[in-house]
Design a protein around this ligand. Structure first.
Ligand SMILES: *[C@@H]1O[C@H](CO)[C@@H](O)[C@H](O)[C@H]1NC(C)=O
Length: 438
């Protein structure tokens, strides 16, 4: 393979600083009407090394592997440090294999552990030895690892780094290449990285097992093996899947795509659609919590997203017709123009009788485009409005306990309050007759 590990590493190290792994934006906060929806683009930057790695170093210990094993001993601590730099909870195991006809056929030297010293001790104990005939028994080793020889953590990313300079016997220990591939995929969902010391892929077996498991083969000189392991870990695919942890009633989120697979380190864009149910509680703040799974496991707090939607109060905004005989406003209110059409307005400081402050279908305040009228309360035609607003709010803040309706403007933007508003004789009259000291 004409692939320069040195160049790939240099590119990885010297490349522009990428976004930290996680989801952006992590929080979405927006107001929306009941029955509406909106879209948000979510960028999920995946970690350079897939999450929660459980890495098996599967090392050929036959006679020809001496210099490669020496290199692994020397560089193991650096490999562990590099991997932990991207994924602090990475664990490793050390498994050796040779020829099953010899005593060194298969051994779990160190089961999965986070202890660097235990791993170093295990690697230091490896001795290149024996192995008379050219082919080794790594198909058996892959099969054994897939069927209980190594203890993997639940939800971990399983990676087997096969370091060898020769093809495997097939069948090996009674297991065919096909059976080993099937066990790797179905029993532990592990990916195999082949470190091709010289003739690993001599029979195409390494290509078969790495491509079937989503791994890679790295051609490498012996002294480059440790770098190759780190580089190989960085080239693995990661599947990103949004997963809704919880959503309040009335709020749902959907993602497009529902799942996607990219090389680890890449950034994925999900189109998120947030839907507010028609019956969502008006005025409520509704929450959803969504996490992004990486290879089926939670990616940690950086991959959790929170959505908050404040549900607009809709309704209210009932109009009146300012014509004699058609004006149905109660005598305590007057039909007056507003930027949102003519409505029955109360006297300043008054609100509807017997209505809850948030009963927007009976009375409401308006989002005036110019300041100074925010305190005015509008009521549904026919509603009597002889109730004093809460005395704890005064002046321009009076009646602020009554909710604001999101009426659609009927006046041109910037036009402000129609001139005739303040001239409305009936309003003035009512104000004069029943005004409250503000
Ligand atoms: C493995 O390495 C050998 C020797 O460097 C090379 O000839 C061969 O093409 C490599 N195979 C793969 C699949 O990388």
């Amino acid at each position: 393979m004409h692939f320069s590990i040195a160049a790939a590493l240099a590119a990885a190290l010297a490349g522009p600083a990428l976004a930290a792994p996680g989801v952006s934006p992590a929080t979405v906060s927006k107001a929306a009407d009941p029955g509406s929806s909106f879209k948000v683009d979510k960028l999920v930057t995946t970690p350079k090394i897939p999450p929660t790695p459980d890495v098996v170093l599967l090392v050929d210990v036959t006679g020809s592997m001496g210099s490669t094993i020496a290199n692994i001993k020397e560089n193991l601590a650096q490999v562990i440090t590099t991997v932990r730099g991207d994924q602090p909870n990475a664990q490793f195991a050390v498994v050796s294999f040779g020829d099953l006809d010899d005593p060194n056929g298969f051994a779990v030297v160190q089961d999965m552990t986070s202890s660097t010293s235990l791993l170093q001790t295990a690697v230091n104990s490896l001795v290149a030895d024996l192995g008379g005939d050219p082919d080794e028994d790594w198909i058996n080793a892959l099969y054994q690892i897939s069927t209980g020889a190594v203890t993997f953590r639940t939800g971990s990313s399983r990676i087997i780094v096969l370091v060898s300079d020769a093809p495997s016997k097939d069948p090996s220990g009674g297991h065919t290449l096909e059976q080993a591939i099937d066990a790797l995929k179905t029993k532990i969902a592990a990916r195999v990285i082949g470190v091709n010391v010289s003739d690993l892929d001599g029979k195409g077996q390494a290509t078969a097992v790495t491509s079937a498991t989503g791994g890679v083969i790295i051609g490498s000189a012996a002294e480059e093996v440790s770098k190759a392991i780190v580089s190989g870990l960085k080239n693995l695919d990661v599947t990103v899947k949004p997963n809704v942890v919880s959503c309040d009633a009335g709020l749902t989120v959907e993602f497009q795509p529902t799942s996607t697979t990219v090389p680890s380190g890449d950034t994925v864009i999900f189109k998120e659609t947030v839907k507010v149910a028609a019956g969502a509680v008006q005025g409520a703040a509704l929450h959803c919590s969504v996490r992004f799974l990486l290879n089926g496991a939670p990616g940690g707090t950086a991959f959790v997203q929170s959505v908050t939607v404040r549900v607009n109060r809709v309704g209210g905004c009932d109009k009146c017709i300012p014509q004699p005989g058609q004006n149905l406003c109660h005598i305590t209110t007057s039909c007056a123009p507003t930027p949102f059409g003519t409505m029955c307005l109360t006297r300043p400081g008054y609100k509807a009788d017997g209505a809850a402050d948030d009963d927007i279908n009976v009375h409401w305040r308006l989002k005036w485009p110019v300041p100074g009228h925010e305190h005015r309360v509008a009521v549904k035609p026919g509603t009597s409005a002889d109730t004093l607003c809460d005395p704890k709010h005064t002046g321009p803040d009076v009646c602020q306990e009554v909710v604001v309706a999101d009426c659609k403007s009927t006046a041109a933007v910037g036009q402000g309050v129609p001139a005739q508003y303040d001239d409305n004789s009936r309003t003035q009259e009512v104000i004069a007759a029943g005004d409250r000291d503000l």
